[in-house]
Design a protein around this ligand. Sequence first.
Ligand code: GRF
Length: 186
Amino acid sequence: IKIAVFASGNGSNFQAIADAVKAGSLNTEIALVVTDRPNAYVVERAKQANIPSFAFMPSDYDSKQLYEEMLKEKLASLQVEWIVLAGFMRLIGPVLLGAYENRIVNIHPSVLPAFPGKDAIGQTMAAGAEAAGVTVHYVDAGMDTGSIIAQESFKVNGRSREAVEKEIHAIEHRLYPATLQRLFTQ
Ligand code: GRF
């Protein structure tokens, strides 16, 4: 299975996926890293991992439809079969959803359907929620609304935001590669 990883930021989840591929626990090929932020650290990580990356500026396009048509061509030329979102901060539109039906996944740092959208960890802490966690889900047109593939949660138990965040990222970096492996081999 050939995949593209879409990321807008640090790229620690991209790193976890690339490490799992290298270690042989995830049988896939990361054909491309796509970012909408040319300065994102994920670009440096891709370079270090010898994986091609492609940065584009959404503002260079008149619409989401136009940049998604461009991305669709690019992914098709590399025979990409799945899109893996890892901290990609944009909603996916009808062009890519149509081209990759049921083959786009995302990871989100909350126990969905609780706390969708931005700063889910901040939302979890501000709400004084009993549990925090991570969800891997299929992507649909909504914000973190697609059907759930895997989920893991833990009790906050008065821990600091920093501690909760650390635990969430540790879960993400284990859960995402393992869930992708399961999806690609079933
Ligand atoms: C992760 O917490 C992920 O769940 C969310 O965005 C964050 C991305 O982190 N969608 P990173 O860029 O992979 O380090």
